[in-house]
Design a protein around this ligand. Structure first.
Ligand code: ADP
Length: 371
Protein backbone atom coordinates (compact mmCIF):
# COMPACT_ATOMS: atom_id res chain seq x y z
CA UNK A 1 0.00 0.00 0.00
CA UNK A 2 3.01 2.26 0.35
CA UNK A 3 3.63 4.53 -2.64
CA UNK A 4 7.38 4.53 -2.68
CA UNK A 5 9.68 3.05 -0.15
CA UNK A 6 13.04 4.58 0.67
CA UNK A 7 16.44 3.41 1.70
CA UNK A 8 18.26 4.85 4.71
CA UNK A 9 21.96 5.70 4.70
CA UNK A 10 24.13 6.76 7.63
CA UNK A 11 27.59 8.12 6.96
CA UNK A 12 30.18 8.64 9.67
CA UNK A 13 27.49 9.14 12.27
CA UNK A 14 28.61 10.02 15.80
CA UNK A 15 26.55 10.78 18.85
CA UNK A 16 28.04 12.08 22.06
CA UNK A 17 26.13 12.88 25.23
CA UNK A 18 28.72 14.93 27.10
CA UNK A 19 31.43 12.40 27.90
CA UNK A 20 29.37 9.43 26.78
CA UNK A 21 30.07 8.30 23.23
CA UNK A 22 26.79 6.62 22.28
CA UNK A 23 27.69 6.12 18.59
CA UNK A 24 31.08 6.04 16.91
CA UNK A 25 31.66 6.39 13.14
CA UNK A 26 28.63 4.43 12.09
CA UNK A 27 28.24 3.72 8.37
CA UNK A 28 25.11 1.81 7.48
CA UNK A 29 23.12 1.35 4.32
CA UNK A 30 19.58 0.02 4.55
CA UNK A 31 18.26 -0.81 1.09
CA UNK A 32 14.86 0.32 -0.11
CA UNK A 33 12.29 -2.26 0.94
CA UNK A 34 14.67 -4.09 3.25
CA UNK A 35 13.89 -5.41 6.74
CA UNK A 36 17.02 -4.60 8.73
CA UNK A 37 17.42 -5.53 12.38
CA UNK A 38 19.79 -3.59 14.66
CA UNK A 39 20.88 -5.89 17.45
CA UNK A 40 23.27 -5.61 20.37
CA UNK A 41 23.39 -5.67 24.15
CA UNK A 42 21.60 -3.05 26.21
CA UNK A 43 23.30 0.35 26.00
CA UNK A 44 25.12 -0.34 22.72
CA UNK A 45 23.42 2.59 20.96
CA UNK A 46 20.58 0.93 19.00
CA UNK A 47 17.82 3.26 20.19
CA UNK A 48 20.05 6.27 19.71
CA UNK A 49 20.64 5.24 16.11
CA UNK A 50 16.92 4.83 15.52
CA UNK A 51 16.18 8.20 17.11
CA UNK A 52 18.70 9.88 14.84
CA UNK A 53 16.95 8.40 11.81
CA UNK A 54 13.55 9.46 13.16
CA UNK A 55 14.88 12.94 13.88
CA UNK A 56 14.09 12.75 17.59
CA UNK A 57 17.74 13.51 18.24
CA UNK A 58 20.56 15.14 16.22
CA UNK A 59 23.88 13.47 15.40
CA UNK A 60 27.03 15.09 16.79
CA UNK A 61 28.66 14.43 13.41
CA UNK A 62 27.90 12.62 10.17
CA UNK A 63 25.03 12.45 7.72
CA UNK A 64 21.61 10.83 7.72
CA UNK A 65 19.94 10.19 4.37
CA UNK A 66 16.42 8.94 3.74
CA UNK A 67 15.93 8.14 0.08
CA UNK A 68 17.52 10.88 -2.01
CA UNK A 69 17.28 13.42 0.75
CA UNK A 70 19.75 14.39 3.45
CA UNK A 71 17.52 14.83 6.48
CA UNK A 72 19.81 16.11 9.23
CA UNK A 73 17.93 19.41 9.24
CA UNK A 74 14.51 18.00 8.41
CA UNK A 75 11.85 17.98 11.15
CA UNK A 76 10.80 14.50 12.36
CA UNK A 77 7.29 14.98 10.99
CA UNK A 78 8.61 15.71 7.51
CA UNK A 79 10.99 12.73 7.24
CA UNK A 80 8.45 10.27 5.92
CA UNK A 81 9.20 7.77 8.70
CA UNK A 82 6.90 6.31 11.35
CA UNK A 83 8.13 4.86 14.61
CA UNK A 84 6.62 2.12 16.76
CA UNK A 85 7.72 2.17 20.39
CA UNK A 86 8.03 -0.51 23.02
CA UNK A 87 5.72 1.44 25.32
CA UNK A 88 2.94 1.70 22.68
CA UNK A 89 2.41 5.36 23.74
CA UNK A 90 -1.33 5.22 23.09
CA UNK A 91 -3.65 7.99 24.29
CA UNK A 92 -5.71 6.35 27.06
CA UNK A 93 -8.73 8.65 26.71
CA UNK A 94 -9.11 8.08 22.96
CA UNK A 95 -10.74 5.13 21.27
CA UNK A 96 -8.76 2.80 19.03
CA UNK A 97 -10.14 4.69 16.02
CA UNK A 98 -9.13 7.98 17.63
CA UNK A 99 -5.63 6.70 18.32
CA UNK A 100 -5.22 5.38 14.80
CA UNK A 101 -6.33 8.62 13.20
CA UNK A 102 -4.68 11.05 15.60
CA UNK A 103 -1.47 11.64 13.67
CA UNK A 104 -3.43 12.24 10.48
CA UNK A 105 -5.78 14.74 12.16
CA UNK A 106 -2.80 16.64 13.49
CA UNK A 107 -1.53 16.87 9.94
CA UNK A 108 -4.85 18.31 8.81
CA UNK A 109 -5.83 15.40 6.57
CA UNK A 110 -9.49 15.49 5.43
CA UNK A 111 -11.82 13.42 7.63
CA UNK A 112 -12.99 11.21 4.82
CA UNK A 113 -9.46 10.21 3.92
CA UNK A 114 -8.65 9.57 7.59
CA UNK A 115 -11.71 7.35 7.90
CA UNK A 116 -10.72 5.42 4.79
CA UNK A 117 -7.17 4.81 6.00
CA UNK A 118 -8.22 3.88 9.53
CA UNK A 119 -10.71 1.28 8.25
CA UNK A 120 -8.21 -0.19 5.84
CA UNK A 121 -5.48 -0.55 8.46
CA UNK A 122 -7.93 -1.79 11.10
CA UNK A 123 -9.04 -4.50 8.68
CA UNK A 124 -5.45 -5.45 7.85
CA UNK A 125 -4.54 -5.80 11.54
CA UNK A 126 -7.75 -7.43 12.75
CA UNK A 127 -8.76 -4.37 14.76
CA UNK A 128 -12.06 -3.66 13.02
CA UNK A 129 -14.14 -5.01 15.92
CA UNK A 130 -12.19 -2.98 18.46
CA UNK A 131 -12.36 0.50 16.96
CA UNK A 132 -14.62 1.93 19.68
CA UNK A 133 -12.69 0.52 22.62
CA UNK A 134 -10.18 2.46 24.67
CA UNK A 135 -6.61 1.19 25.21
CA UNK A 136 -7.48 0.15 28.81
CA UNK A 137 -9.95 -2.37 27.36
CA UNK A 138 -7.37 -4.06 25.16
CA UNK A 139 -4.86 -6.85 25.74
CA UNK A 140 -1.14 -6.16 25.42
CA UNK A 141 -1.06 -7.70 21.97
CA UNK A 142 -4.01 -5.65 20.79
CA UNK A 143 -2.42 -2.46 22.09
CA UNK A 144 0.76 -3.29 20.25
CA UNK A 145 -1.30 -3.76 17.11
CA UNK A 146 -2.88 -0.35 17.54
CA UNK A 147 0.58 1.15 17.92
CA UNK A 148 1.57 -0.60 14.70
CA UNK A 149 -1.61 0.57 12.97
CA UNK A 150 -0.93 4.14 13.98
CA UNK A 151 2.36 3.93 12.09
CA UNK A 152 0.71 2.18 9.12
CA UNK A 153 -2.04 4.77 8.54
CA UNK A 154 0.65 7.29 7.80
CA UNK A 155 1.82 5.16 4.91
CA UNK A 156 5.45 6.07 5.58
CA UNK A 157 8.45 5.43 3.37
CA UNK A 158 10.25 3.81 6.34
CA UNK A 159 9.05 2.05 9.50
CA UNK A 160 11.18 2.24 12.64
CA UNK A 161 10.57 -0.26 15.44
CA UNK A 162 12.12 0.28 18.87
CA UNK A 163 11.93 -3.08 20.71
CA UNK A 164 8.20 -3.29 20.03
CA UNK A 165 7.86 -6.85 21.33
CA UNK A 166 9.62 -6.47 24.68
CA UNK A 167 6.43 -6.04 26.70
CA UNK A 168 4.70 -9.09 25.25
CA UNK A 169 4.73 -12.58 26.73
CA UNK A 170 6.69 -15.29 24.92
CA UNK A 171 3.87 -16.67 22.81
CA UNK A 172 2.52 -13.30 21.75
CA UNK A 173 6.02 -12.16 21.00
CA UNK A 174 6.44 -14.94 18.47
CA UNK A 175 3.06 -14.29 16.92
CA UNK A 176 3.59 -10.53 16.66
CA UNK A 177 7.03 -11.14 15.21
CA UNK A 178 5.50 -13.29 12.48
CA UNK A 179 2.89 -10.62 11.86
CA UNK A 180 5.54 -7.97 11.40
CA UNK A 181 7.41 -10.21 8.97
CA UNK A 182 4.16 -10.85 7.07
CA UNK A 183 3.39 -7.15 7.06
CA UNK A 184 6.80 -6.48 5.62
CA UNK A 185 6.26 -9.00 2.84
CA UNK A 186 2.90 -7.47 2.06
CA UNK A 187 3.89 -3.80 2.16
CA UNK A 188 7.43 -4.11 0.87
CA UNK A 189 8.30 -1.02 2.89
CA UNK A 190 11.73 -0.46 4.43
CA UNK A 191 11.71 -1.47 8.09
CA UNK A 192 14.41 -0.94 10.68
CA UNK A 193 13.82 -2.99 13.78
CA UNK A 194 15.75 -2.70 17.05
CA UNK A 195 16.11 -5.56 19.52
CA UNK A 196 18.59 -6.85 22.09
CA UNK A 197 17.47 -10.42 21.37
CA UNK A 198 19.73 -12.16 18.87
CA UNK A 199 17.23 -14.95 18.20
CA UNK A 200 14.60 -12.36 17.31
CA UNK A 201 17.13 -10.58 15.12
CA UNK A 202 18.15 -13.67 13.18
CA UNK A 203 14.61 -14.88 12.68
CA UNK A 204 13.19 -11.54 11.56
CA UNK A 205 15.94 -9.69 9.72
CA UNK A 206 16.72 -10.01 6.03
CA UNK A 207 19.98 -8.50 7.19
CA UNK A 208 21.20 -7.90 10.70
CA UNK A 209 23.45 -5.11 11.96
CA UNK A 210 25.32 -6.21 15.09
CA UNK A 211 26.35 -3.39 17.43
CA UNK A 212 28.38 -3.10 20.59
CA UNK A 213 29.52 -0.05 22.53
CA UNK A 214 28.43 2.45 19.94
CA UNK A 215 30.06 0.65 17.04
CA UNK A 216 28.68 -1.35 14.19
CA UNK A 217 30.55 -4.67 14.13
CA UNK A 218 28.99 -6.53 11.23
CA UNK A 219 26.16 -6.15 8.76
CA UNK A 220 25.03 -9.25 6.93
CA UNK A 221 22.35 -11.86 6.42
CA UNK A 222 21.53 -13.95 9.50
CA UNK A 223 23.46 -16.79 7.89
CA UNK A 224 26.54 -14.62 7.30
CA UNK A 225 26.76 -13.27 10.83
CA UNK A 226 26.26 -16.76 12.24
CA UNK A 227 28.52 -18.67 9.86
CA UNK A 228 31.19 -16.03 9.29
CA UNK A 229 31.26 -13.71 12.31
CA UNK A 230 33.68 -10.88 11.55
CA UNK A 231 35.07 -10.74 15.07
CA UNK A 232 34.94 -12.30 18.51
CA UNK A 233 32.20 -10.02 19.73
CA UNK A 234 29.82 -11.06 16.95
CA UNK A 235 30.81 -14.71 17.35
CA UNK A 236 29.99 -14.58 21.05
CA UNK A 237 26.84 -12.49 20.82
CA UNK A 238 25.11 -14.42 18.06
CA UNK A 239 24.18 -18.01 18.80
CA UNK A 240 22.77 -19.76 21.83
CA UNK A 241 24.31 -21.44 23.71
CA UNK A 242 27.30 -19.20 22.97
CA UNK A 243 30.22 -20.31 20.84
CA UNK A 244 32.99 -22.24 22.65
CA UNK A 245 36.19 -20.20 22.85
CA UNK A 246 39.66 -21.52 23.42
CA UNK A 247 42.79 -19.33 23.73
CA UNK A 248 45.72 -20.50 21.67
CA UNK A 249 49.35 -19.49 21.66
CA UNK A 250 52.43 -20.41 19.71
CA UNK A 251 54.42 -23.31 21.10
CA UNK A 252 58.09 -24.18 20.46
CA UNK A 253 57.13 -26.41 17.52
CA UNK A 254 55.50 -23.44 15.83
CA UNK A 255 51.96 -24.69 16.34
CA UNK A 256 49.08 -22.83 17.97
CA UNK A 257 48.21 -24.80 21.07
CA UNK A 258 45.53 -24.51 23.71
CA UNK A 259 43.21 -26.91 25.51
CA UNK A 260 43.45 -30.27 23.73
CA UNK A 261 44.54 -28.76 20.43
CA UNK A 262 47.67 -28.25 18.40
CA UNK A 263 46.72 -26.33 15.27
CA UNK A 264 48.56 -25.24 12.17
CA UNK A 265 49.72 -21.66 12.68
CA UNK A 266 48.85 -19.13 9.97
CA UNK A 267 51.90 -16.95 9.18
CA UNK A 268 52.48 -14.14 11.64
CA UNK A 269 49.97 -15.32 14.21
CA UNK A 270 51.40 -15.92 17.68
CA UNK A 271 48.18 -15.78 19.64
CA UNK A 272 44.62 -16.50 18.58
CA UNK A 273 41.23 -17.61 19.78
CA UNK A 274 39.52 -20.66 18.39
CA UNK A 275 35.74 -20.52 18.18
CA UNK A 276 33.61 -23.66 17.80
CA UNK A 277 29.82 -23.61 17.81
CA UNK A 278 28.10 -26.14 20.12
CA UNK A 279 26.56 -27.95 17.15
CA UNK A 280 29.98 -28.35 15.54
CA UNK A 281 31.17 -30.66 18.32
CA UNK A 282 30.15 -34.26 17.72
CA UNK A 283 29.93 -36.26 20.93
CA UNK A 284 30.12 -40.05 20.94
CA UNK A 285 29.69 -42.25 23.99
CA UNK A 286 32.99 -43.77 25.11
CA UNK A 287 32.88 -47.27 23.63
CA UNK A 288 31.27 -46.19 20.36
CA UNK A 289 34.44 -44.85 18.90
CA UNK A 290 37.92 -43.71 19.80
CA UNK A 291 39.05 -40.14 19.84
CA UNK A 292 41.84 -40.93 17.49
CA UNK A 293 41.85 -38.34 14.69
CA UNK A 294 44.07 -35.27 15.00
CA UNK A 295 42.14 -32.64 16.90
CA UNK A 296 39.69 -35.12 18.43
CA UNK A 297 39.72 -35.32 22.22
CA UNK A 298 38.22 -37.07 25.23
CA UNK A 299 36.12 -35.22 27.79
CA UNK A 300 33.91 -35.85 30.80
CA UNK A 301 30.17 -35.16 30.82
CA UNK A 302 29.47 -32.66 33.58
CA UNK A 303 25.82 -31.83 33.06
CA UNK A 304 23.02 -32.32 30.54
CA UNK A 305 20.14 -30.09 29.56
CA UNK A 306 17.29 -31.88 27.83
CA UNK A 307 15.37 -29.41 25.68
CA UNK A 308 13.11 -31.81 23.82
CA UNK A 309 14.29 -31.33 20.26
CA UNK A 310 17.95 -31.25 21.26
CA UNK A 311 20.13 -31.70 24.27
CA UNK A 312 23.01 -29.62 25.53
CA UNK A 313 25.95 -31.44 26.96
CA UNK A 314 28.36 -29.60 29.24
CA UNK A 315 31.79 -31.13 29.01
CA UNK A 316 34.94 -30.75 31.07
CA UNK A 317 38.52 -31.28 30.06
CA UNK A 318 41.13 -31.91 29.09
CA UNK A 319 42.69 -29.58 31.66
CA UNK A 320 40.13 -27.13 32.94
CA UNK A 321 38.62 -26.53 29.49
CA UNK A 322 34.81 -26.25 29.48
CA UNK A 323 32.67 -26.96 26.44
CA UNK A 324 29.06 -27.01 25.49
CA UNK A 325 27.95 -29.37 22.74
CA UNK A 326 24.54 -29.63 21.16
CA UNK A 327 23.49 -33.15 20.35
CA UNK A 328 20.49 -35.16 19.22
CA UNK A 329 18.23 -36.08 22.16
CA UNK A 330 18.74 -39.76 21.40
CA UNK A 331 22.36 -39.74 22.56
CA UNK A 332 22.40 -41.79 25.77
CA UNK A 333 24.96 -40.39 28.18
CA UNK A 334 24.93 -39.40 31.81
CA UNK A 335 27.06 -37.08 33.92
CA UNK A 336 30.40 -38.68 34.70
CA UNK A 337 30.64 -40.52 31.37
CA UNK A 338 33.81 -40.23 29.33
CA UNK A 339 33.05 -39.31 25.72
CA UNK A 340 34.89 -38.73 22.47
CA UNK A 341 34.54 -35.32 20.93
CA UNK A 342 35.16 -34.54 17.27
CA UNK A 343 35.32 -30.99 15.95
CA UNK A 344 33.85 -30.07 12.55
CA UNK A 345 36.98 -28.11 11.65
CA UNK A 346 35.64 -26.78 8.39
CA UNK A 347 33.06 -24.88 10.41
CA UNK A 348 35.51 -23.64 13.06
CA UNK A 349 36.61 -20.02 13.42
CA UNK A 350 39.97 -18.46 14.13
CA UNK A 351 40.29 -14.95 15.52
CA UNK A 352 43.51 -12.96 15.77
CA UNK A 353 44.74 -11.15 18.89
CA UNK A 354 42.74 -8.04 17.89
CA UNK A 355 39.62 -10.22 17.85
CA UNK A 356 39.25 -10.01 14.09
CA UNK A 357 38.40 -13.04 12.01
CA UNK A 358 41.36 -14.67 10.29
CA UNK A 359 41.01 -15.74 6.67
CA UNK A 360 42.51 -19.12 7.45
CA UNK A 361 40.29 -21.81 8.96
CA UNK A 362 41.58 -23.72 11.97
CA UNK A 363 43.44 -26.90 10.98
CA UNK A 364 44.77 -29.52 13.39
CA UNK A 365 48.54 -29.89 13.00
CA UNK A 366 49.54 -33.08 11.27
CA UNK A 367 46.14 -33.71 9.77
CA UNK A 368 46.23 -34.87 6.19
CA UNK A 369 44.98 -32.18 3.82
CA UNK A 370 41.33 -32.66 2.96
CA UNK A 371 40.83 -34.26 -0.42
P1 ADP B 1 20.41 0.71 23.52
O1 ADP B 1 19.20 1.18 22.78
O2 ADP B 1 21.30 -0.13 22.68
O3 ADP B 1 20.08 0.06 24.82
P2 ADP B 1 20.92 3.54 23.83
O4 ADP B 1 20.96 4.00 22.43
O5 ADP B 1 19.66 3.77 24.60
O6 ADP B 1 21.30 1.99 23.87
O7 ADP B 1 22.12 4.20 24.65
C1 ADP B 1 23.45 4.19 24.20
C2 ADP B 1 24.33 4.90 25.23
O8 ADP B 1 24.02 6.28 25.27
C3 ADP B 1 24.15 4.40 26.64
O9 ADP B 1 25.41 4.42 27.27
C4 ADP B 1 23.21 5.39 27.25
O10 ADP B 1 23.41 5.47 28.65
C5 ADP B 1 23.64 6.67 26.56
N1 ADP B 1 22.51 7.63 26.42
C6 ADP B 1 21.39 7.45 25.69
N2 ADP B 1 20.59 8.53 25.76
C7 ADP B 1 21.21 9.41 26.55
C8 ADP B 1 20.90 10.74 27.01
N3 ADP B 1 19.78 11.37 26.64
N4 ADP B 1 21.80 11.34 27.80
C9 ADP B 1 22.95 10.73 28.15
N5 ADP B 1 23.30 9.48 27.77
C10 ADP B 1 22.45 8.84 26.98
Amino acid sequence: MSRETRGVVLRGVEKHYGEVVALQSVDLEVRPGELMVLVGPSGCGKSTLLRLIAGLDDPTAGEVWIGERRVDDVEPGARDVAMVFQSYALYPHMTVAGNLGFGLRVRGMPRVEIGRRVSRVAAALGLAELLLRKPGQLSGGQRQRVALGRAMVRDPGVFLFDEPLSNLDAELRLRTRDEIAALHRRLGTTMIFVTHDQVEALSLGQRVAVMDRGRLHQVGTPEEVYRRPSNLFVAGFVGSPPINRISLSRDDRGCLTGGPFALERPAGLDRATLGVRPEDLAVAAGRDRDASGPGDFRATVLRMEALGSEQRVHLGGPGDAAWVARTAPALRIVPGDRVSVTVAWERGHLFGPNGRREDASPQPAGRPAAR
